[in-house]
Design a protein around this ligand. Structure first.
Ligand SMILES: [Zn+2]
Length: 186
């Protein structure tokens, strides 16, 4: 019985090149809606530390996507916003020290979830006296909220209609100002 050692089978049609498994996104290219990533730093275990701006381009924020480190001010008692240089210094220092591995980046919330995130944040601002809503109060939450400034303004308008005891809107020629209403009895 002859072994057909050299028999040739039809050449198989080349299978399409397998797509390489996408590397899990840990923040290398992440650009969530509503913020601008200005710089990225890497920790020793490749977690990303972001320097970003949100509503106001001169206010820099630092956020680690490994641990939950966030900074919006240079020192706790120093109330000026972070300059890019200060933010870069903090991010770099943190990246050199942080041992956290990359955590999963937050998924973009759907509309009801985003709306509730915003409303919960605004309700949380009622602890203080009645005050003007400032976008900077949301800076640290923008990585989770992942919405544009316009979306936030629209939603605040809706909230002012539906929850007037929490938020009031005042429209002038310069735009809409929102006032956080203080808690009853305070
Ligand atoms: Zn960290």
């Amino acid at each position: 019985m002859a072994l057909t050692l050299f028999s040739r089978r039809p050449t198989p049609v080349a299978s399409p090149a397998a797509e390489p498994e996408p590397w899990p996104e840990t923040g290398e290219t992440w650009q969530p809606e509503g913020i601008t990533v200005v710089e990225r730093y890497w920790t020793q275990v490749h977690a990303v530390v972001l320097v970003y701006t949100a509503a106001q381009g001169y206010r820099h924020n630092v956020a680690c996507l490994g641990c939950h480190y966030q900074q919006t001010q240079y020192k706790a008692h120093y109330s000026s916003p972070l300059t890019l240089e200060q933010a870069a210094e903090l991010a770099n220092t943190h990246a050199a020290q942080c041992r956290a591995v990359p955590r999963e980046i937050p998924a973009r919330p759907d509309e009801p979830a985003a709306r509730e995130l915003l409303r919960a944040a605004v309700r949380g601002m009622r602890q203080r006296d009645r005050g003007t809503f400032s976008f900077s109060d949301l800076d640290t939450q923008r990585l989770v909220l992942q919405r544009t400034n316009d979306w936030i303004v629209d939603e605040l308008g809706r909230m002012a209609d539906e929850e007037p005891d929490v938020l009031k809107a005042s429209v002038s020629e310069y735009g809409t100002t929102f006032y956080i209403q203080k808690l009853p009895g305070r």
